[in-house]
Design a protein around this ligand. Structure first.
Ligand code: MG
Length: 212
């Protein structure tokens, strides 16, 4: 019987896609709408990568803490709009890495995006649809339930939510620090592996294969 291929689950935003410009533009537009004073791009992005609280972000932007839920609503309302999605860029090396992994592994894309059509449009735009055997619309916290709920998964993602759930499932977590969280922040969650971006994934996988 043929040996089952190992599955690699990839998060999308912040892992395969560089979301820094999108996030910072959404932030700036919301703060302006709410009557605050946006802080510098570099500063807000550094705060986000430390997982700073919304209260802190509001206070640095000269807004009161009672706008917290309004701010959160505005983010949800804007983050998947075309004008912001147009700012997304491909992380370095992504097509080459996926191409090299495609035959050896089952590649799954997992995203908590709500607008499926926009996600497919982006996949076509970046010419990545072809690499994935499956696309799952699921929140990181429910990973392991439903379609993704199989053994021997390696999960590559840029946020701590994935590390926490992957540990519970006894899968293998690979954290990338090119996205929404810094290296230092992700390290505090002790992922199995931590790399800057997917270009280092082949090295990680050669270690995993030796252990499996
Ligand atoms: Mg992400």
């Amino acid at each position: 019987m043929a040996k089952k291929k190992l599955k690699i689950i990839f998060d999308w935003d912040g892992t395969l896609i560089d979301i820094e410009k999108k996030y910072c533009k959404v932030y700036k537009d919301i703060i302006n709408t709410l009557g605050g004073k946006p802080i510098l791009h570099k500063v807000i992005w550094a705060l986000k990568r430390k997982n700073a609280s919304v209260e802190l972000i509001l206070s640095k932007s000269k807004l009161p803490p009672n706008l917290k839920s309004k701010y959160a609503q505005e983010i949800i309302g804007r983050i998947e709009k075309d004008e912001y999605l147009a700012l997304d860029q491909l992380m370095p090396g992504v097509p080459r890495v996926l191409e090299n992994l495609k035959n050896k592994y089952t590649l799954i894309l997992c995203t908590n995006r709500r607008d499926r059509q926009n996600l497919f449009t982006q996949l076509e735009h970046f010419q990545l649809r072809y690499f994935f055997d499956d696309i799952i619309f699921q929140k990181s916290k429910t990973l392991g339930e439903g379609k993704a709920g199989q053994n021997d998964c390696i999960v590559v993602a840029d946020s701590q939510d994935y590390i926490v759930v992957v540990k519970k499932l006894k899968w293998i977590s690979v954290a990338v620090f090119c996205g929404i969280r810094s290296r230092k922040y992700l390290q505090s969650y002790h992922p199995d592996f931590i790399i800057k971006d997917v270009r280092s994934l082949p090295d990680v996988l050669s270690k995993v294969q030796k252990e499996v």
